[in-house]
Design a binder for this molecule. Structure first.
Ligand code: WTA
Length: 703
């Protein structure tokens, strides 16, 4: 039985993780690493802040060097590298031509396995970007500072479009291709875009999806709110043929591949931009509250992603680097496009679903292209493990380095990633960060710190984290208690504001622990990440997930991730989600949803094993009221399990909008199964009070 620790306030999250063992990087990895000299830790220590970031900025080519590294005069709207001018496209493309024009910038792998890869050299990228930039300028009349919305799938044309905007100082706003036309329309409205760039079709899970139809919905949605889109530019998935059944709208829809014929051979000089000019907007994936357009800068952002790509992704010129994220998320912007290209790397891009046509696909691609750096998310790792745990061993590829990003990784899953995917040879960086951050916040430096499953590691170079309790007292490292993780200092990659809503920017991210709103000292403005975290005695951070995803059982705040990790120690379980349910005695109790390995049938025995695992690792307090075995979890398009939806099912409340889910069809199945069972057992909750309804509605929501 877990006792409540003396002095633990309501705000604190109880933590029961057991400390994991260290895994050292191999001598072979250390021998070749970009950051193998511990002197780098000293160079980025707090006494060298903010000047330490000159080292990142010096990875770029500046038209004009800056005079002030960090300007805090309009706190917390930080300005980095003030006085400097540069162009992001020039830095990612032009400057590499002299020595590397024939090197592959992108290797694009289509989803259908019989289709050939497309290899785009830096020279080809240069030509395509220039021609498309000419089209944006001369055909669309776009200029520096305008916004353009993209709703593009994972094709090289997306990167070409982004870089063409960057060349002209046009602010791009890519909406994840899997999002609905309506979601795209909302983002067009918020950003005030008058041009939409999209594609006719793309492959997903073996089908050629009609994507153009979504453009019509998006434009209609924008129109309904008074935002007029005058041009829709459509790239063709197959350059020679239009692949969508949806007709073009005259004088509004244009096929890019045709228009480009008028711009063949055009060259457009890169526009020299101030370091603090916005480069792009990236809307956070909020499925409930209105989306926040995170505005990222040109100089600070590019310097930060170049620096972190070099030291944390350990990219060398001869590496083949594959990040399986979608460019529609921040990971893809920073670590498929801008970071790797700034370093003149070869970046692999994949169109479709990792398990298509089977769980061996990523490993075949890795073998064929001799990929040696691999970057993905726990949801994909769990999916690949579920579909083919022994699959990686069948292929002859060798990774030196792997990344996990996007949510806390359960130690069991980490160990499979390390042993099966990495074959015990690759280092792993568990990189903790957010759309708002531009680049990594927490990670081990792969050659200098040992790995610890389930912990991201310390703050990255030049990032000084702190964990606060609700009252603003520091929760000490090694105290075994969690709190709200904050970053004490600004960094070059941090977003500049929420587009069109600077007050919300200050309120959400800074107000909670700001000591003095008038202060111009960065020391008074800690950045609130909104995640719960615990710092071990060695300084490593264990991220527990969003603070809104906490379950309060008899005043004991339990992190969902911790409960889920306990479930994953049961061999048959491949995915788990923990949600709160109303309980007459305990106020709230935990309810668990699990998905099993495909070869395993659901049984009472597995349910009992899950309960036992939770009692053992966390305690009887967390004993789940029910363990539901389901075929699949409701997930967002970026693979995050939607606990909110499951909580709605468990409590017979409104699960909220399910349209934006990747697999909305399973919600109804799960609901029927769970609720009919509960009714049969007399376990359906009585009428909820308004307060209960409100409290439950907060679970799993994003601000
Ligand atoms: C979570 C993704 C633990 C966290 C780059 C954060 C993580 C949110 C990790 C941001 C990690 C991301 N370990 N948790 N390595 N990476 N998170 O904006 O809760 O899509 O606040 O950015 O994901 O998600 P976003």
């Amino acid at each position: 039985m877990v006792k409540r620790q003396a002095g633990v306030t309501e705000a604190q999250i109880a933590v029961h993780w057991k400390e994991e063992d260290y895994f050292p990087p191999s001598a072979k990895f250390i021998g070749q690493a970009n950051a193998a000299d511990p002197g780098i830790l000293e160079r980025f220590s707090e006494e060298h802040f903010p000047e330490c970031f000159k080292e990142y900025a010096d990875l770029l080519t500046w038209d004009k060097y800056w005079h002030t590294t960090l300007d805090t005069s309009n706190a917390p709207f930080w300005k980095w590298f003030v006085g400097g001018r540069l162009n992001a496209c020039y830095n990612c493309v032009d400057r590499h031509l002299a020595k590397n024009r024939n090197k592959a910038a992108f290797i694009w792998v289509p989803e259908p396995e019989e289709e050939e890869d497309r290899v785009i050299t830096y020279q080809e990228l240069y030509v395509q970007v220039n021609e498309f930039a000419a089209l944006l300028r001369d055909f669309c009349g776009l200029k520096t500072g305008d916004r353009v919305t993209f709703h593009m799938p994972m094709l090289p044309e997306l990167s070409v479009s982004m870089l063409a905007c960057a060349r002209l100082g046009i602010i791009h706003s890519q909406v994840f291709g899997g999002f609905s036309g309506q979601a795209c329309g909302d983002r067009i409205i918020d950003s005030g875009s008058h041009v939409l760039v999209t594609m006719d079709a793309y492959y997903r899970n073996g089908s050629l999806i009609d994507h153009k139809a979504k453009a019509d919905e998006a434009v209609a949605r924008a129109e309904s709110e008074g935002v007029h889109v005058d041009k829709v530019l459509i790239w063709r998935r197959y350059p020679q043929q239009y692949s969508s059944p949806t007709p073009l709208v005259e004088d509004r829809d244009f096929i890019v591949n045709d228009l480009l014929k008028d711009y063949t051979g055009k060259r457009i000089a890169p526009v020299s931009m101030p370091a603090e000019a916005p480069l792009f907007l990236m809307y956070t994936s909020g499925t409930t509250a209105s989306p926040k357009g995170c505005q990222h800068s040109t100089g600070g952002y590019l310097a930060y992603v170049a620096g972190t790509s070099k030291y944390y992704q350990d990219i060398h010129p001869e590496d083949t680097y594959w990040c399986l994220a979608d460019i529609g998320w921040i990971t893809g912007h920073s670590y498929i496009v801008y970071g790797p290209l700034a370093l003149c790397a070869t970046s692999v891009m994949y169109e479709g679903v990792p398990t298509y046509p089977d769980a061996g696909r990523p490993w075949r691609v890795a073998e064929r292209l001799d990929v040696n750096i691999f970057h993905t998310a726990p949801t994909t790792i769990r999916m690949l493990r579920k579909a083919g745990p022994g699959e990686p061993a069948k292929y002859n590829y060798h990774f030196k380095h792997m990344t996990t990003v996007g949510e806390p990784i359960e130690p069991e899953v980490w160990r499979w990633y390390y042993a099966a995917v990495g074959k015990g040879e690759a280092v792993i960086v568990d990189t903790w960060w957010q759309t708002e951050n531009g680049g990594f916040l927490g990670s081990t430096l792969p050659a200098l710190h040992p790995m610890k499953p389930g912990s991201c590691g310390p703050g990255v170079l030049g990032i000084y984290p702190i964990v606060y309790d609700e009252k603003g007292n520091e929760v000490e490292a090694g105290s075994g208690t969690a709190g709200n993780i904050c970053i004490r200092n600004p960094w070059p990659g941090i977003f500049q504001t929420i587009w069109g809503d600077p007050d919300r920017f200050v309120e959400i991210y800074f107000a909670k622990y700001c000591k003095n709103r008038e202060s111009k000292n960065w020391q008074d403005w800690p950045y609130l990440a909104g995640d719960g975290a615990m710092q071990a005695a060695d300084g490593y951070l264990r991220i527990l997930g969003r603070v809104d995803d906490v379950i309060n059982v008899a005043g004991h705040r339990l992190g969902t991730k911790e409960l889920e990790s306990a479930c994953l120690t049961v061999e048959e379980v491949v995915e788990a989600a923990a949600v709160p349910v109303l309980d007459e005695i305990r106020g709230r109790a935990v309810e668990i949803y699990v998905a099993l390995q495909p070869s395993v049938d659901p049984s009472d025995e597995i349910q009992q094993k899950v309960t036992a695992a939770i009692e053992k690792t966390i305690g009887k307090i967390a004993r789940p009221k029910n363990v539901w075995i389901v075929p699949d979890m409701p997930k967002t398009r970026s693979g995050k399990i939607m606990r909110r939806v499951l909580a709605g099912i468990s409590n017979f409340t409104d699960p909220g909008d399910t349209m934006t889910l990747a697999n909305s069809e399973i919600v109804e199945d799960v609901r029927q199964h769970v609720q009919s069972e509960k009714i049969a057992r007399g376990d359906a909750p009585k009428e909820l009070t308004d307060e209960e309804r409100e409290e439950l509605a907060k679970f799993g929501q994003e601000s």
